[in-house]
Design a binder for this molecule. Sequence first.
Ligand SMILES: Cc1cc2nc3c(=O)[nH]c(=O)nc-3n(C[C@H](O)[C@H](O)[C@H](O)COP(=O)(O)OP(=O)(O)OC[C@H]3O[C@@H](n4cnc5c(N)ncnc54)[C@H](O)[C@@H]3O)c2cc1C
Length: 444
Amino acid sequence: MKVTQLPYDPGPAAWDAILPAGNTYPTLEEKRSADWLIIGAGFAGLAAARRLRQIHPKDRIVLIEARRIAEGPVGRNSGFMIDLPHNLVSEDYAGAIEKDRAEAVQNRAAIAFAAEAASDYRFSAETFVQSGKTNAAATAKGTKHNEDYAAHLKAMGEEHELLDAAQMQELSGSSYYQSGLYTPGTAMLQPALFAREMASGLAAQSVSLFENSPVINLKRDQTEWVATTPRGAIKAPNVILTVNGHLESFGFFKRRLMHIFLFASMTRALSESEEQQLGGAPVWGFTPADPMGTTVRKVSGVGGTRFIIRNRVAWAPSRWVNEKSVADMGITHDRSFDARFPMLKGVDMEHRWGGLLCLSRNGTSAFGEVEPGLFAAGCQNGLGAARGTYSGMMVADLASGIQSKAVTEFTDQTPPSRLPPKLISSLGAKVTLRWGEYKAREEL
Ligand SMILES: Cc1cc2nc3c(=O)[nH]c(=O)nc-3n(C[C@H](O)[C@H](O)[C@H](O)COP(=O)(O)OP(=O)(O)OC[C@H]3O[C@@H](n4cnc5c(N)ncnc54)[C@H](O)[C@@H]3O)c2cc1C
């Protein structure tokens, strides 16, 4: 099968750009063979490689990535590895209780897996921190979302704490917020460091990594698969596709996956006096009480103390948007930043970017053995860090023939449901997204 489209994300991978130069991995420029080939080094691909190495200590495992490691969505996200339900198409993230409970168990298994990797691979202190996160509300409506979600968490038996405006100001230094809802289970990532350090840990365990090596063709040759890149090829009996929404570019789950771009901006590093002027905690992370609102993080590490603002969504069935959309969405980011931090006038955005995300109508993953010896783990919906990691773990187990309750449950999920005809789904999605953003306008 010819791969119809290669990954593209507009703007720089800022989390990576603020770091000192890291390890590089070769471009595939030869014909070689492997026992396992994983295509796509995002959360799912990195997790699948680690899990395969645990199961098959001696096998030849290759992980191949179209771009540089950490330049794809894995290094472009806001870095919330969330344990709790996070239904982006709901009003307040909540879903049905039993389903949410089951999903939290999976997300926590993913976080535990990442925590174990952090320890084994000696991640730096800022890469992975299990500090929890806060749903922040700027309006009475947002506060109501927090209260509703808190009631849902109570019914689930989940630990949480409602914060008032004074507590939110003490945490963030900003008087913008009316309330917050803190939950302790989320792990906060420096996502580019996470990808880099996972990759170097895997390389140290003799997983062969190739970057800048897009797979442009994948075909079955008797009992093996052959993946071709512009300058090389790899033959393997087992191939795992962890290319997220680009599963469709490989010809799978056609008309079942919805593609959107999310956008973010990152400030320059703050000076010491700017930090003091603001006050608040040294680092924190706010997801919006309304799923269509604004995510804000204050980070502090090797790249300095900075803010990251994420909001706005673009519908992109072609898995592409033009570079101009980054600047357009940046206008809202500046407005959001200024509204929250008027005392930081003059702190400009240094980087702006977008990244591709995959959703399905029914919220399930694109997962399973799609052809003999060819496995897929993609479409993570709103929780790519945790769910991507979990689906990577599960696909490695499935492909290795491991029969566990967890694998069966994940394999048995209903596949992503079929989309209505293109015109209707595009129109419907655009209207839904714009309406959602309009309703959340005061939380932007
Ligand atoms: C701005 C932004 C903020 C976000 N914030 C969060 C957040 O805070 N928390 C969260 O959980 N999620 C967040 N996400 C979503 C999250 O980043 C994704 O859901 C997650 O990266 C999906 O993981 P994955 O491994 O399935 O796919 P990806 O991370 O997309 O990895 C797939 C990889 O496959 C590679 N690939 C594709 N085609 C080919 C090919 N032909 N050959 C070789 N390689 C190929 C791609 O380059 C890519 O690196 C955010 C996304 C964006 C854009």
